[in-house]
Design a protein around this ligand. Structure first.
Ligand SMILES: [Zn+2]
Length: 378
């Protein structure tokens, strides 16, 4: 079946992170470390170089840089290009229209600021603050739960006015996606414990408190109709993947007051793509992000999750991203792979009599840029 050609379509990268001035490291171990979610030191040393993702990265970079498809040659060719110049070359080659940046990671002092990235990429850059980081700061600053709630409402009272296009939550890998309602005394006790630990350098991972504050944030997002992105599924090494199944969000979707809040389920919910696609098919405010650099997958697996998403969710609910972080290779390869995989999956739908060729092109354009432009009001 003939793939749909999406090579000329610019992408709105609806979820990614900023880039370090020097990108990925220069020696093999630190370079490989940019392409694993594992915190185990043995992984970059012994195993990362054998993943399907890494092999594809080397072949792609070698073709781009005009060198042999060997790690040593690719690292030497990269080292000859200054870090910012590499970012400029890769972002411009990726044909990026806009980067929507999760500013919660890496820390702002470690990365190029949004305006500089936009300049290098010849694109727009918009930001999405991470709720748990904001909450943690407010817990340290206020000595009562009511004070924190009040301050949080204030911080979120005009999200777009502060220059943000969405909010981001990492509840999935702090306390899980089953976001509950807690009695006041449970939330108060959780607040006192969290505040003590945060003052000693700990972090917010206290479920009654985090859930309670998330409800405050959701009310603000719903009132302003601002999308909230949720990390779902595969991610940081400390995630408990069992708690990151998007079906746990049923309570949020079933709350009538939150219907105005678009919920973006990130990372195709991998490996729960079918569950995420189902939610996007059932709840009008559920959207499914398809990220093509992280999770770090082989081509066949990306084609599989794309088929699953297109097979159950309305295509008007699907959004392209890279989830690239730190190294510009991720934002770059995600854009090229996303176009190719999506084009192949859409070509199959034409073959199955589900779309005409021109409809398939239009769907490709919507997933790569149009749906995000509308959803985030870009
Ligand atoms: Zn991310």
């Amino acid at each position: 079946m003939e793939a749909v050609d999406l090579k000329g379509v610019p992408v709105v990268d609806n979820h990614c992170h900023a880039i370090r001035p020097d990108g990925a490291g220069k020696d093999p171990i630190s370079f490989r470390r940019a392409f694993t979610e594992s915190a185990d030191p043995g992984m970059p040393r012994d195993h990362v170089a054998t993943t399907a993702f890494y092999r594809r990265l080397l072949y792609s970079l070698a073709a781009f840089l005009g060198c042999e498809p060997e790690e040593e040659a690719v690292l030497a060719a990269r080292a000859a290009v200054e870090g910012r110049e590499m970012t400029r070359m890769l972002l411009q080659d990726a044909n990026v229209e806009a980067l929507l940046l999760d500013t919660g990671y890496p820390p702002p002092e470690d990365v190029l600021p949004p305006a500089e990235l936009a300049g290098l990429g010849g694109c727009r850059a918009a930001t999405m603050p991470r709720l748990e980081i904001l909450m943690q700061r407010l817990i340290a600053e206020h000595d009562s739960l009511d004070g924190v709630k009040e301050a949080l409402r204030g911080e979120l009272s005009d999200i777009r006015g502060r220059g943000h296009v969405a909010l981001k939550s990492i509840a999935a890998y702090r306390t899980g996606l089953e976001i509950s309602r807690w009695r006041d005394e449970e939330a108060e006790a959780s607040f006192r414990e969290a505040r003590r630990e945060i003052q000693k350098g700990g972090r917010l991972a206290h479920k009654p408190l985090l859930d309670t504050l998330l409800h405050v944030a959701f009310a603000e997002a719903a009132r302003q109709e601002v999308p909230v992105q949720f990390h779902v599924g595969y991610g940081d090494a400390d995630t408990d993947l069992r708690l990151g199944n998007p079906l746990h969000l049923r309570g949020v979707f079933e709350t009538p007051e939150y219907r105005g809040m678009p919920v973006v389920l990130l990372h195709e919910c991998y490996p729960y793509t079918r569950e995420g696609g189902y939610l996007a098919a059932v709840y009008q405010n559920a959207y499914l992000d398809l990220s093509y650099a992280i999770p770090l997958l082989g081509y066949g697996e990306m084609l599989a999750f794309t088929r699953q998403a297109l097979g159950v969710a309305p295509s008007s609910k699907l959004l392209y991203s890279s989830d690239g972080t730190g190294a510009p290779e991720l934002h770059w390869m995600g854009a090229h792979d996303g176009r190719r995989v999506l084009g192949e999956a859409l070509g199959e739908m034409v073959g199955h009599g589900e779309l005409s060729a021109s409809e398939a092109e239009a769907v490709g354009e919507s997933v790569l840029r149009g749906n995000a432009t509308r959803l985030y009001g870009l």
